[in-house]
Design a protein around this ligand. Structure first.
Ligand SMILES: [Zn+2]
Length: 110
């Protein structure tokens, strides 16, 4: 590959532009969180966001990890995948932040 000083500046600019475009076209795929990401804290089902570390713990031991997973999914907790990241557990606020900041094409997988 030729040294940078030998490159045609207009070509470099084109490359930078196409890179930015790719970023804007980034798509986000949200899927169900896996049961393995529901923890038990003193017997209480718990889920923790891997972005902001926000965590929610069930108020009673009667709620099983499966129930907790269903409830979390209902509230908008998701596994988020993009071309650049793969985060197993994302809270509704962070999911929203992903969607608003990254201008994605949202594909919701059920
Ligand atoms: Zn979060």
């Amino acid at each position: 590959m030729a040294p940078i000083k030998d490159q045609d500046p207009s070509k470099i600019r084109q490359t930078a532009q196409s890179f930015n475009k790719e970023k804007l076209d980034m798509s986000i795929l949200t899927t169900q969180i896996g049961l393995e990401h529901i923890a038990l804290v003193n017997g209480h089902a718990n889920i923790t966001c891997q972005c902001c570390k926000h965590s929610e713990t069930a108020s009673t031991k009667v709620i099983s990890p499966t129930d907790w997973l269903v409830a979390a999914s209902y509230l908008g907790w998701r596994h988020v995948r993009t071309e650049y990241t793969d985060i197993d557990v994302v809270c509704p606020d962070c999911v929203k932040a992903f969607h608003s900041h990254l201008i994605p094409q949202i594909k919701e997988a059920v």
